[in-house]
Design a protein. Structure first.
Length: 832
RNA sequence: GGGGCCGUAGCCCAAUUGGCAGAGGCACACGGUUUAGGUCCGUGCCAGUGCGGGUUCGAGUCCCGCCGGCCCCA
């Protein structure tokens, strides 16, 4: 038996696990993926970051997909010989570690670092092209020290502040949450309904950056970020243009300001609503309504936010026995307290225009309040239909606004309000400040000392990091509603850095999203101990050329990181205003049409899949399954088929390697295969650059098939074109299936690694086609096909099409109305 | 209820962005080779693009309206 007869020999067997061991050892020894920090290195710099992992256990299928995708991009750049920074780290603070520690009676660090080690080994095995010298863990004091340092810089600039207010409280996790971490009224982490509590908490003033977060999005448009994520962020920030209007309240000196997006409907206001839980409701309540309000407020307090804001739920409210005065027409408006108005939005009070707002209309109909139409939209009367008319129209019943369109009326009324000093145009945002305190242990201590005399005193920079105490473990960490750190009295009690008196440390820790808001900057100088990062290096690498991660962070991590970079820019610490130039959101890996979950019992274990098929086949399956943004249903794909293909590819490389030497001149090789090779190379390059990785794989498969055919039923394995094809297979396949590519490259007789700097440019001479098939249509039906030169002129093509006897037959004696000529592919003859 | 994305062979997916609907894979069938055992070579099969309109010489692609699915916000 020979190696060229198309049959498998024992030595041709692609043993995935043996190759994994062999090449991992080589990569560890050679460190091929270390980025160069030499400023004189003039290769193009590329910075690619995969969202770092939370060490919840071993890697899972979701990680496998995301990292397979990121690695294609990184390895493509490596193959092109560019200077690539592809780092890795762990987002290693957070609740699961703490919960595990409570359960096992240990310290969170034990669980955390054990899992990190497990994941690191899995990463090694997964063959990801990372620079291991830059590895970081956010739970290291060397890292979180800089969280504290940055917090203090924010504090100095007034961007970190403490205030008392209603906050989201998760009763399960026993901590507060940022607005972004409440999804449909539930805790993003554990799905427990979130309740409101009034607490004194630390915030980052992200609202100050609302405009820039919106306006800088032009840098991310045009496909650099998905439109989807940009839309989510725009809606989340929720900028609206309207007016602040001052309403005088009978028996109160100060007017109350309300924000409205529809100042044009001011003449249609028929009542006034304050949020039931706002302090204003209590203040404005007439004495004889007090009992009723108190009872109502108790009911409201029990409701979750989802229930409160549900449009399905009947409206509830209490008349407060007081009146407000409409500043434009002096009308008395009864003041009600209700739960559909939120204390936290705008000013916690609204003017109600039932004709043109559905929630107001529902309320008015429930409590028999008047409905006055002030915009004639052409729709039926809201008071009768129960449907508010929110469209554009002509103003009526509105004094000076009558006859105006909505936009003109808005402009006019704002002018009138300003003249009278009772209002002005205003911008409002849905975005709230980022609540960053957490009443949990396993996070970055907030570096503030509370002194009875000096107030909030920053921990001096030279005393950073404020380390977590290491003598708390197990039950000490159980949630109690206050941070477990409060129990570490040795740790809490300190002297004030200002006055030296007795003082206490802040016992809350930071939201872990602080850690992830700047880690991609730390990678540029991971061991620096004088600053969070070195500006020169960050500016050299940044912004991140390609960021890869899930869409679920649209209004969380991705928003926070953008905010951080803008603040750092203002501080002169970075030279760019957006962290991620391009963002790719990979889909989820599901199974049987549903997310994998323990309760459904449909989980797929990554380790088991790898055991069965090998790393290369699993990675190939992830990539070939479809576009990177799409979900992969593991029930629909076939890792077995991937393995089969890798065997085919491997055999081609082995057979070519056995038949010819490296450096063989391909120019005398089989022309058909040579063209196929260069065509594949061209197509793979284009597909990779367009992120159509599944298509790139399909083109490699075609090339393997073409080589197979040449070996079996053409000139045979010794043809130089077979070697050329096999080498291109090794090079292109290395992006997806690095182990088999390395081994194939070695079997092809090369001594080094295939991984770096081997990408090839197709020979243009081998890409040109002598002829293409041109379709000739008569009345939209294909009637003839012509073999024409690819660069045929319009006139020549039309002449040849009309010269065709078949075409003439189909035209018959009908009149030619028009001839559409699209050289070289199509001619369409339109006949009468 | 509002906003966004998506519906192409039995299944996963392509389609040079308005030009012959099919590249690749799965499954299936058949043939060859073979002590392959989810892993060899080859051949074949299958839809007119969710439904209904519109624009156009020409629509999977653009526009409008439905139906279905997913996501975000209520």
């Amino acid at each position: 038996m020979t190696a060229t007869d198309g049959h498998r020999m024992a030595s041709d067997v692609y043993d995935a696990h043996a190759l994994q061991e062999k090449w991992q050892a080589r990569w560890r020894a050679n460190n091929p993926f270390v980025a160069s920090e030499d400023p004189a290195d003039d290769r193009p710099r590329r910075y690619v970051v995969d969202m770092f992992a939370y060490p919840s256990g071993d890697l899972h299928m979701g990680h496998a997909e995301a990292f397979a995708i990121g690695d294609i991009i990184a390895r493509y750049w490596f193959q092109r010989g560019e200077n690539v920074l592809h780092p890795i780290g762990w987002d290693s603070f957070g609740l699961p570690a703490e919960n595990a520690a409570i359960k096992n009676g240990t310290h969170p660090a034990e669980w955390t670092y054990a899992n990190i080690e497990t994941q690191a080994q899995s990463f090694q095995r997964y063959g990801v092209s990372v620079d291991w010298t830059r590895r970081l863990h956010t739970s290291d004091p060397e890292y979180y020290r800089w969280n504290q340092w940055l917090f203090l810089r924010f504090f100095e600039r007034g961007l970190a502040y403490r205030k008392e207010g209603l906050v989201n409280w998760c009763p399960q996790d026993q901590t507060v949450l940022a607005n972004e971490q409440v999804v449909q009224g539930l805790c993003e982490r554990c799905d427990t309904p979130v309740v409101r509590r009034s607490l004194n908490q630390w915030y980052f003033k992200i609202t100050e950056y609302a405009d820039r977060l919106l306006d800088d999005m032009h840098q991310l448009e045009g496909g650099r970020w998905s439109e989807d994520v940009l839309t989510m962020q725009r809606n989340w920030i929720g900028r609206s243009y309207g007016a602040d209007v001052e309403f005088r309240i009978e028996g109160r000196d100060e007017p109350v300001t309300v924000y409205t997006t529809r100042p044009d409907t001011l003449y249609g206001a028929t009542f006034f609503v304050v949020a039931a839980d706002a302090a204003l409701a209590e203040e404005l309540c007439a004495p004889d309504r007090r009992d009723e309000l108190d009872t109502y407020r108790e009911q409201v307090a029990k409701l979750s936010d989802i229930e409160r804001q549900s449009t399905e739920r009947p409206k509830t409210g209490v008349f407060l026995g007081r009146y407000a005065t409409n500043p434009v027409n002096g009308e008395r408006l009864p003041i009600w307290a209700a739960d559909y108005v939120l204390a936290e939005y705008g000013h916690g009070a609204i003017m109600a225009v039932p004709a043109h707002d559905q929630r107001d209309l529902d309320f008015a109909l429930k409590f028999d309040l008047p409905v006055r139409n002030v915009v004639d939209t052409g729709d039926a009367d809201p008071a009768e239909t129960g449907v508010a008319t929110t469209g554009d129209g002509i103003l009526v019943n509105s004094g000076p606004l009558d006859g105006l369109t909505k936009d003109d009326a808005v402009e006019r009324i704002i002018g009138i309000l300003q003249e009278r000093g009772t209002g002005q145009g205003a911008v409002n945002y849905r975005l709230r400040d980022w609540l960053l305190s957490r009443q949990r242990f396993w996070g970055t201590p907030i570096p503030i000392i509370h002194c009875p005399d000096c107030g909030e005193v920053p921990v001096p920079d030279d005393q950073l990091p404020v380390r977590l105490p290491d003598n708390l473990k197990g039950a000490d960490l159980a949630p109690k509603g206050v941070s477990p750190l409060a129990a570490a009295t040795d740790w809490v009690n300190v002297s004030c850095p200002k006055c030296g008196g007795d003082a206490k440390r802040d016992t809350d820790t930071m939201d872990t999203f602080v850690d992830s808001s700047w880690y991609f900057l730390r990678y540029c100088s991971p061991n620096l101990d004088t600053a969070p990062f070195e500006k020169e290096r960050v500016d050299r690498w940044g912004p991140v050329d390609q960021y890869i991660g899930g869409k679920e962070h649209a209004t969380l991590h991705l928003l926070y990181a953008r905010f951080f970079v803008k603040v750092l820019y203002d501080m002169g610490m970075v030279g760019f205003t957006e962290p991620f130039a391009r963002l790719l959101n990979q889909g989820q890996v599901i199974n049987g049409g549903r997310a994998m979950s323990k309760s459904l019992g449909n989980g797929v274990d990554l380790g088991e899949e790898i055991e069965r098929y090998g790393v290369d086949a699993v990675r190939l399956t992830m990539i070939f399954a479809g576009p990177p943004e799409d979900d992969i249903d593991w029930a629909d794909v076939s890792p077995g088929a991937s393995l089969k293909f890798l065997n085919r590819a491997f055999r081609v490389m082995v057979q070519a390697g056995a038949a010819t030497q490296p450096g063989t001149d391909p120019s005398t090789g089989d022309l058909t295969l040579r063209k196929a090779t260069h065509h594949a190379l061209d197509q793979v390059t284009k597909a990779v650059e367009a992120y159509r990785f599944n298509v790139a794989v399909a083109r490699i498969m075609e090339l393997v098939t073409a080589a197979r055919k040449t070996i079996d039923s053409g000139p045979g394995a010794a043809d130089p074109a077979v070697r050329e094809a096999a080498e291109v297979v090794a090079i292109t396949l290395s992006l997806v299936a690095p182990y088999v590519a390395e081994e194939g490259w070695e079997r092809l007789g090369h001594t080094g690694s295939v991984t770096i700097g081997n990408w090839r440019t197709p020979d243009p001479a081998l890409l040109v086609q002598e002829s293409v098939t041109c379709v000739v249509q008569v009345a939209n039906k294909v009637r003839d096909k012509l073999e024409v030169s690819p660069d045929i002129s319009e006139e020549e093509l039309q002449r040849r099409a009309l010269a065709s006897e078949r075409v003439q037959g189909f035209i018959g004696d009908r009149e030619i109305r028009k001839v559409v000529v699209r050289p070289p592919k199509l001619v369409n003859i339109v006949v009468g």
